[in-house]
Ligand binder design. Sequence first.
Ligand code: SF4
Length: 384
Amino acid sequence: MIRHLYVHTPFCAKICPYCAFYVHQGGVAQQREFVAALREEWQRAKEEFPLTLETIYFGGGTPSILSAELFTELTQELKISSKQVRHPELVEGSVQSAFVPENRTDPHEFTLEVNPATVTDEKAAAWRAAGVNRISLGAQSFDAEMLKILGRQHAPRDIAETCALLRRHGFENINIDLMFALPGQNEETWEKTLQAALTCQPNHISAYGLTYEEDTPFFEKLSKGEYRQDEAREIVMFERTRDVLGAAGLVDYEVSNFARPGFESQHNLGYWRGEDYLGLGPSACSTIGALRWKNVPDTRAYAERIAKGESVREELEEIDSAIRIRERIMFGLRMREGVASALFSDEVQLRKLETDGLALEENGRVRLTLRGQLVADSIAEMFV
Ligand code: SF4
């Protein structure tokens, strides 16, 4: 049974110079084409797969760029049909009991990624009516200079105003996305951003260090020496993040994700726990059983193929259980709940992580120590 749905909306008002997602600008005509194609892809998927959706995640791109009318059209047939979140790990083990969403009146999760300054009362009302109950706000920084460097279109005050507008429409479950280790950023400005984010009273904060993705203007600047990476400073910022957010009651349930107990992202937990998910839209990935594929990363080709009744799937890959176990270890180690020790077939590798002080085995589960979290990406590479 597939419980998680991801929808990729490829449109952005402007392309940020660090972004490597499949995104582009597009007018209303192309957005209409996309919505019609996506609805058709959804109809096909419903016939093909057993679906009992518990989480829906609209990412991108900027899904909040769609008009209220188009968003309503896009979502009118998407339904979360189960009445309970039933992650097996939530009910089986004591380690995970802290993750039961006891503070939530509605256990279903329908997340929409929203960019500040793209929200209107009309759109927020349409999102509520469609069943959206979690907003992920792409704030990135509360520092005007940093936002300029990142090429973002909003100002710091837009973030607080957007939060206030969302709350007026009943959105209580709000995540704020932030980035650190930015060019020209220091520990003090990063801490100010964290404190400013907390004044918006989010239930969840995602804080990722900037990565320089190939084929982006940021990568080019790094290659030319205009930007420099400073690992030591990045570690200090990471530690500051844990301290500031921890003191505010946000628990680091994953290396880069912090939540009030009960407000962890159920959708992302699904990915990290290796559960199946269906992805719709251009460039969206799906993993179902032993198969993984990516949809064509071209909105025009995607819409044309759907209209002709053709498949939009590419890069079809068979993933055996060894790959799935490796991925569960890679993602599981990053979570506070860790990963079952039984998944490690290589005892030597596990003991080495322990003796190096990077991981800890407790009650049949393995998780990273603070030292391990600082080098989580390098540890993940050991399992690729
Ligand atoms: S708004 Fe987000 S998805 Fe769009 S270009 Fe910027 S970083 Fe990429």
